[in-house]
Write a protein that binds this ligand. Structure first.
Ligand SMILES: Cc1ncc(COP(=O)(O)O)c(C=O)c1O
Length: 387
């Protein structure tokens, strides 16, 4: 692709870091992972950070650490990457889908209130595409109803709500280092918490359930929990440490690119049909993705479906020209596993449906030039209008 949806920013620092680990002979979880965890905890201002093999693994361990399971209901947004929901499902707890706010794409707290029952134990807000959710309302609701809060901050390293880093409002925050995130380790994730007991649980569960206290004289630990191999390698962590040095530059460049798209769209005919991402006051955006939405006043299923077809056609034609765009993300209640299991209907989550059908994530990465962005915008307009 000439202009991919994302492109990690690597240079010889990452190469040297990986080589150093290779030459050291210690490539599994070790000192580099510990160092990455220290950097992460300090950055988000949390006592503990534990690195794992993916953001999905982080969410899974968060749900297990909160002891959610069969009979418990967990409030989740109806528009998010499927991992958010799968983490709840793995535990045997029931995900309860809540519609989203149509502009911020984050969970709609008023909708969420309507879904609370005597079984509701937790709420799992997502900071979608790098925009902080309405955490003040989420935390107020959680306090009123005695709910646990696990934040899915997979997309949100560098995102703040009222100057406090997201992922640090709830009991546990979960992050991802997938290549589409601001910094990457290839695959990887992190859990953060201020609770020592959660920290102990993360350490044990990521290491196949091995006790964290020293084992017997042979060095073999006892296994007191059913854990997983969710460890991160030192190779990955070394990349993560090198990426951390670039984090503020990456975030700044991403914000600059986002602002440039805002200006290009709003200063052209694109603004007649394309809505730019919103940034509510005091909720900073780190633009993990720059997600636009096709404007429409006709909300009939027929019209929305026609717009979806036109959007898909646009994305396919852009790809032919070497420009990679994508739908924002999924509405998991409409994916067949969840649709079949929970008998969901399209009309149950109208804003999530609209977001799934009408969003377009544009390419965004720190190395993008003004020329790249101008080309994306001009091709968008021509292909949409057929001119
Ligand atoms: C909102 C959200 N949650 C969870 C995940 C899962 O992260 P990972 O891909 O690292 O497993 C992603 C990532 O793609 C995500 O976008």
């Amino acid at each position: 692709m000439k202009i991919p949806i994302t492109r990690p920013w690597f240079d010889d620092t990452e190469e040297k870091a990986v080589l150093e680990v290779l030459r050291s002979g210690w490539i599994a979880q070790g000192e580099k992972v510990r160092r990455l965890e220290e950097l992460f905890a300090a950055y988000v201002e949390r006592k503990y950070a534990v690195a794992v093999s993916s953001g999905t693994a982080a969410l899974h361990l968060a749900v297990l650490t909160c002891k959610l399971g069969p009979g418990d209901e967990v409030l989740v947004p109806a528009f998010t990457w499927i991992s958010t929901i799968n983490a709840v499902e793995y535990s045997g707890a029931t995900p309860v889908f809540c519609d989203i706010d149509p502009f911020s794409f984050n969970i709609d707290v008023e909708e969420t209130k309507k879904r609370i029952t005597s079984r509701t134990r937790a709420i799992l807000p997502v900071h979608q595409f790098g925009l902080g959710a309405d955490l003040n309302s989420v935390m107020r609701l959680a306090a009123e109803k005695s709910l646990l809060v696990i934040e899915d901050a997979a997309c949100a390293l560098g995102t703040y709500v009222e100057r406090k880093h997201v992922g640090t409002y709830g009991q546990i925050g979960c992050f991802s280092f997938h290549p589409r995130k601001s910094i990457t380790t290839g695959e990887g994730g992190v859990l953060v918490t201020n609770e020592a007991k959660d920290y102990e649980s993360f350490l044990q569960l990521r290491n196949i359930g091995a006790a964290t206290t020293p084992g017997d004289r042979t060095g073999m630990a006892d296994f007191g929990a059913l854990g997983f191999n969710y460890r991160m390698t030192d190779l990955q962590a070394a990349v993560g440490i090198a990426q951390f040095d670039k984090l503020s530059a990456i975030l700044e460049k991403r914000r600059q690119c986002a602002k440039r798209y805002d200006d290009l769209i709003q200063g052209s005919s694109l603004q007649e049909w394309l809505q730019i991402p919103v940034q509510p006051k005091a909720r900073e955006h780190s633009y993990q993705s720059y997600v636009t939405k096709i404007k429409t006043s006709d909300r009939s299923a027929e019209h929305l479906n026609a717009m979806r077809e036109k959007r898909n056609d646009l994305i396919a034609r852009l790809a032919v020209e070497g420009i990679q765009a994508r739908p924002g993300t999924h509405a998991p209640p409409f994916l067949s596993y969840y649709r079949n299991k929970y008998q969901t209907h399209l009309q149950d989550y109208p804003h999530a449906l609209e977001a799934e059908w009408l969003t377009i994530a544009l390419p965004l990465y720190p190395q993008m030039t003004e020329g790249d962005q101008e080309l994306v915008c001009s091709r968008l307009q021509s292909l949409w209008t057929g001119t």
